[in-house]
Write a protein that binds this ligand. Structure first.
Ligand code: ATP
Length: 566
């Protein structure tokens, strides 16, 4: 039947799956642990040999004693398998696709290059099949729990390698450690059976081994025909033996019947799903039009078949029919591989989407947490700022209270030094203290011959401009806190009023008087407070002389006279 011949899954592997499930359920714990131990040892042997074969550097992706998962992940890219096979049989895999990051073990489910995976593993499986060694399915490297078949395949290559190293006499026979020595044909490539090797390997050994297993398993022979497809009957045989080993004679028919029912159920289920897939693919292909490359490949295959058909001239009509079947089978197989590839890509995309979604959720949660923390910080800062403002206000009040206590009206006295060129007569100043000055006075005005005056402070002839301003400076801050302040100089002509308020004619930084220094402080303080308070500063200069007020800052050269009030 054509449907049976193009089954994309191995019927044997399916039967094995069902039996393994049954075996797992029914066998006792001792048997299971022995089996697990044996499986592990075989896996270690396979891994060790692979590591030795590719060298220590090349085998870094594969631990010496790997778990089943590590073993599968290490071989998933197909590179190690291809390297080893090429070493055993040079040129078996013409091209090995390198991965982008050789040093990393690709985690399960990670987005492996589909091309790399497909090319390496497929080429390896085709080459192994051409050598007549037991193979496995590409999907065994994708999902866990199927490493036994991969181990089997590796050990078969090992055995084959040893046979070759020993001279390669006669035909190769599988080694003793090979659990499923399925294919015992000689290593001659048969071009007339591309892709169909596994289906046409009708090994009488399989049937014989199954028949000899139990007389009650006669119905098993019907399936045995299909089991030949993948050639793992020996492991099936073992499994059946394990399942039945500890059962009573009368229980066996019931168990066998239940197993067969399960096998048939699984078989029908897989067949149905495959048929559905085929229908969908065929429909898609019909909608998208004929694929040139597939048609070309198909015709190429037909040509190959025609060539091989020359060997059977007497059955020309049968050959033609066979070629057509082969062509359509090859086409269907390619379609199936294409669909499988698409499904793998979709799975990868789903996985990427899932991990991206998880990443986004993680970032969202992190940002949310950071925002919350920021909010808390801001709240704390606002609280501290309001506290700071309160303290500042308090400080201002206290400061101005101190200025008030010092006196709202302060009077200072400054004694001008003798000017250069001035006749150096004796000074009338007798004595100067902190706030007192004694002046020598004629006897007619004072009995003691001197008079004392008290001020807030008295500055002697040697006092600098800076010292004079330092007593006035605190009042400038009061101006910016909203207090009215007036500073003026009073005295007779030539006593030094202009010098004290503005400075000498040749103005230097040290010579700057009260006006310049007060304005300097005003600008400095307003700059310091610019983030909280905005100040407007303006200057006006007036002269009051002979009861007339003049604006000294007008630019037209004529002093503007303010109208005097009468
Ligand atoms: N403390 C001082 N040190 C050195 N020189 C001074 C001092 N005070 C005043 N003088 C000098 O004395 C001279 C007279 O001073 P100033 O012009 O300031 O007097 P005034 O009181 O403004 O006079 P007027 O009322 O006529 O304007 C100037 O040459 C000035 O440089």
């Amino acid at each position: 039947m054509a449907t049976e011949q193009v089954l994309p899954f191995s019927v044997a592997s399916m039967v094995e799956d069902v039996l393994q499930k049954h075996s797992t359920r029914s066998s006792d714990m001792g048997l299971a642990s022995r089996k697990a131990e044996e499986t592990s040892l075989r896996r270690y042997e396979a891994a060790g040999w692979l590591r030795r074969a590719v060298g220590v550097g090349g085998g870094k992706e594969l631990p010496a004693e790997p778990t089943e998962e590590e073993f599968r992940l290490g071989l998933r890219s197909g590179k190690i398998l291809c390297y080893v096979l090429n070493k055993v049989q040079p040129g078996a895999v013409p091209k090995v696709v390198e991965g982008p990051c050789d040093s990393l073990v690709i985690p399960d489910g990670a987005a492996l290059s589909a091309f790399q995976y497909f090319e390496n593993v497929r080429n390896f499986l085709v080459a192994v099949e051409e050598l007549g060694l037991p193979t496995f399915e590409a999907s065994d490297l994708e999902q866990g729990g199927k490493s036994a078949r991969i181990v089997n395949c590796v050990l078969a290559i090992k055995s084959y390698s040893e046979w070759k190293e020993g001279g390669g006499n006669g035909s190769w026979k599988p080694g003793a450690n090979l659990k499923a020595p399925v294919c015992v044909k000689s290593f001659v490539r048969k071009n007339s059976e591309p892709f169909m090797n596994s289906f046409s390997r009708a090994s009488s050994l399989n049937e014989r081994s199954l028949q000899s297993l139990s007389g009650d398993l006669s119905s098993y022979n019907d399936i045995g025909h299909d089991i030949n497809e993948a050639g793992s009957s020996r492991s099936l045989n073992m499994l059946v033996r394990e399942v039945l080993s500890n059962k009573k004679q009368e229980e066996i028919p019931i168990i066998v019947e239940s197993m067969l029912n399960k096998v048939m159920e699984e078989f029908n289920r897989r067949l149905e799903s495959q048929n559905e897939q085929m229908k969908t693919t065929a429909k898609d292909m019909a909608e998208s039009g004929p694929d040139d490359s597939l048609s070309k490949t198909s015709s190429d295959d037909i040509k190959v078949e025609e060539k091989s058909g020359m060997q059977y001239k007497e059955e020309e009509s049968n050959d033609r029919k066979y070629d057509l079947d082969e062509g359509s089978k090859s086409l269907l197989l390619k379609q199936h591989m294409f669909v499988e590839q698409q499904q793998r890509d979709i799975l990868e995309l789903k996985h990427i989407l899932h991990s991206t979604k998880a990443g986004m959720q993680f970032l969202q949660a992190k940002y949310q947490e950071e925002f919350n923390n920021l909010g808390k910080h801001l709240y704390g800062l606002a609280h501290a700022a309001s506290g700071y403002q309160r303290v500042l206000e308090e400080n201002r009040k206290l400061y101005n209270q101190v200025q008030d206590l010092k006196g709202n009206i302060r009077v200072y006295c400054r004694v001008r030094p003798f000017l250069p060129g001035q006749p150096n007569r004796s000074s009338s100043v007798d004595h100067i203290e902190e706030g007192n000055i004694s002046i020598i006075a004629p006897l007619k005005y004072s009995r003691e011959g001197k008079k004392s005056f008290t001020f807030n402070k008295v500055f002697g002839p040697s006092a600098t401009q800076e010292e004079v301003f330092s007593d006035t400076q605190p009042l400038i801050r009061s101006v910016l806190d909203g207090y009215n302040v007036c500073i003026f100089a009073y005295g007779q002509t030539g006593s030094g009023k202009t010098y004290t308020m503005s400075g000498p004619k040749e103005l230097t930084e040290e010579g700057q008087g009260v006006n310049y220094r007060a304005l300097g402080d005003l600008f400095l303080l307003s700059e310091q407070r610019k983030d909280t308070i905005c100040y407007d500063i303006s200057v006006q200069m007036l002269e009051i002389y002979n009861e007339q007020v003049k604006d000294l800052l007008v630019s037209d050269g004529v002093n503007k006279r303010y109208p005097s009030r009468r």
